[in-house]
Write a protein that binds this ligand. Structure first.
Ligand code: HEM
Length: 327
């Protein structure tokens, strides 16, 4: 149990201990790699991530600038007032398959911060505030079923999760999967908690500056973003939402939203993707970003991911990246 911040919080390990939980997560990692292999055969595309396979856009020279007047509580380690942290950014479609952007889907942002001292700190988020899965076992089961025959999805959900959980999961996925006009208009949430040094657990969010002014959703989010960066930069406010208590802001249950009416987001910085310079090589940028294995566990211990869903992501992302990199 930890009480470094004002609130008391703790993590509960599946199977009763970190060692037992690690065995379970290794099995989940193998299941996710099996999905990647199956999809590679099915689609003829090898070397693709198990999820978030399709690159949409990104930047190698983004900056996370911490506000000069950001609250002291969230100023931890390299996150300090006035700091300008170099950032590499990848936007993606969440699906395990490459599909047209006009197909409803969730979208992701992956950010790798790098300091001059060599600290790496990854922040991953999707454009829906709460996970469909309560824990990693449920997450991987949903992925397995969703990647199987379409006609069997509903019966297999019902068999595995029962009626109430199936209804909740289906509702979440339906609301979370949409078409969008531009990545620049989307808000992204971490969904899971991470440690924020002595400030304790937080969830975080990237909130767009740009207001949607396109009436139609885009079938080519890459082109839309690249055209936008020819004339303007894209900026998101970076905000953290502090943990309160196990009921309103649970650490282990990923399917519970931390409601802003209880735990408001506190802005602490701005993520800026600068406009492209003349002669910018779009293809080379894309290749360089796509080669980065983003993993929420690529972070200092003081910023480690928390909770069952997030703990599983360490071994699962590592195994997934090992597989696509080997291809
Ligand atoms: C709950 C919060 C989660 C968020 C916000 C999230 C977000 C993301 C994002 C943005 C990416 C794309 C990374 C990139 O651009 O390279 C990604 C990839 C991925 N996610 Fe998650 N994810 C979450 C949970 C999970 C869980 C619980 C699992 C499985 C246990 C999982 C499995 C994966 C895998 C396998 C990849 C591909 C990684 C790779 O091959 O490099 N995710 N996720």
């Amino acid at each position: 149990m930890q009480n470094k911040s004002a609130s008391i919080w703790e993590e509960t390990f599946a199977g009763g201990s970190p060692q037992e939980e690690a065995k379970l997560f290794d099995a989940l990692a193998r299941s996710m790699v099996a999905i990647q292999r199956r999809n590679a055969v099915r689609s003829g595309r090898v070397g693709q991530r198990t999820l978030h396979a399709k690159f949409l856009a990104g930047s190698l020279d983004a900056v996370l600038a911490i506000d000069e007047n950001a609250p002291e509580r969230f100023m931890q380690r390299h996150i300090q007032r006035g700091a300008r942290l170099s950032a590499k950014v990848r936007f993606s479609n969440a699906s395990s398959l490459h599909q047209a952007d006009a197909v409803p889907d969730m979208r992701g942002i992956a950010v790798r911060l790098e300091t001059a001292e060599g600290v790496e700190h990854s922040l991953l988020a999707t454009n829906f505030p709460v996970s469909h899965a309560r824990d990693a076992v449920q997450f991987v089961k949903v992925a397995e079923i969703a990647n199987g025959p379409k006609a069997l999805i509903l019966p297999r959900f019902l068999l595995n999760f029962g009626l109430a959980e199936t209804a909740r999961i289906v509702r979440n996925v339906r609301f979370g999967s949409r078409t969008i006009a531009s990545l620049a208009y989307e808000r992204f949430w971490s969904r899971g908690a991470v440690l924020w040094g002595d400030a304790g657990p937080v969830r975080y969010s990237f909130i767009p500056d740009a207001e949607a002014n396109a009436s139609t959703d885009s079938n080519d989010l890459s082109q839309e973003f690249s055209d936008r960066l020819k004339t303007e930069g894209v900026t998101f406010t970076f905000a953290v939402q502090p943990y309160l208590d196990p009921i309103r802001t649970p650490i282990e249950d990923g399917a519970v939203e931390w409601l802003e009416e209880h735990a408001p987001f506190v802005p602490i910085g701005r993520l800026h993707l600068p406009p492209r310079q003349d002669g910018h090589d779009e293809k080379a940028t894309r290749t360089a970003i796509d080669a980065i294995a983003f993993n929420p566990w690529t972070a200092p211990d003081a910023f480690r991911p928390l909770g069952n869903l997030n703990r599983a992501r360490g071994p699962v992302y590592a195994a997934s990246a090992k597989e696509w990199r080997a291809r």
